[in-house]
Design a protein around this ligand. Sequence first.
Ligand SMILES: C[S@@+](CC[C@H](N)C(=O)[O-])C[C@H]1O[C@@H](n2cnc3c(N)ncnc32)[C@H](O)[C@@H]1O
Length: 306
Amino acid sequence: MKIEKSMKRRLRTSNCYYYAAVKPFLRWAGGKSKIVRFLAAFLPPWNSYARYFEPFVGAGALFFFIGPREAVLSDLNEDLINCYRQVARCPVEVCNLLQVPRELDCKEYYYHIRSRDPEKLKPIDRAARFIYLNKAAFNGIYRVNQQGKFNVPYGPSVNGPALPKESLLEAVSNLLKRAKLLVADYRKVCELARRGDFVYLDPPYPPTNGTAYFTHYTADRFSWSDQEEVSKVFRDLDRRGCLVMMSNSDREEIRSMFQGYYMQRLNVIRWVGSNGNRFRARELVVTNYSPHELRCGGLIEYEDRL
Ligand SMILES: C[S@@+](CC[C@H](N)C(=O)[O-])C[C@H]1O[C@@H](n2cnc3c(N)ncnc32)[C@H](O)[C@@H]1O
């Protein structure tokens, strides 16, 4: 994903007091690491909410960028949440387990590790397997078949897989220790949010240009009626007094589901499909608060963390 020049200008002029706490250590289709600084322009001030919720956490680009004091992170992907739990608990041990793939990475090793049943592994070995596959798989895609089995082919790279260093995993661990980590459907987790909490929703996007690429994180696919459901959850959180922000793709169908809320468009260029076709995809950011008023209207003071 490439940030357009106009967005770079916008970043320079935006009154953004957030800073990147830690880089995400996983690659994730639909992950927000490349645009997180632009999303930051629409965040509520850091000290204006109680807890941070990210119920479609994936690689957690925004969570790691903000570094909130208290968080609830969740995803339906059990392997992912197990990985976060293990890194939070024992980052050094996880890093030590990555030493073997660091030295042995090759096609045969990849398929050997891929063929192991994660459910039969100890949680810490399962976490190391997950990180290795995430870094060595083609394009870092996480995709499972209808039986829930990881089925991405090996993606050789010149310098081998970029496995995370101990210092990064330790920094990640410190942030994850402040979070409750749950394997759960986003609806259940959103029920836990209370007045004054901030919820960031980043659901799988609707398919674009005939590809359902971004919808394969779990064995269940994310459909248009699921998008409708997300908008109902958004409205419910709003009614209950939470601050809510959602990312999605800028499509008429999505806009009409969120009528009445603040909508901002981000222009980004995204690469999709295995044949490398490049097309312009527009990102939509929906909030139930005016980012401008929160920042400039004196409703809530920013805490300067720079
Ligand atoms: C667009 S990705 C999130 C990317 C993330 N914000 C990042 O920066 O990496 C969507 C995530 O939603 C998860 N997911 C899909 N259906 C879900 C559901 N019903 N409840 C919770 N998580 C779900 C997927 O496993 C995937 O990790």
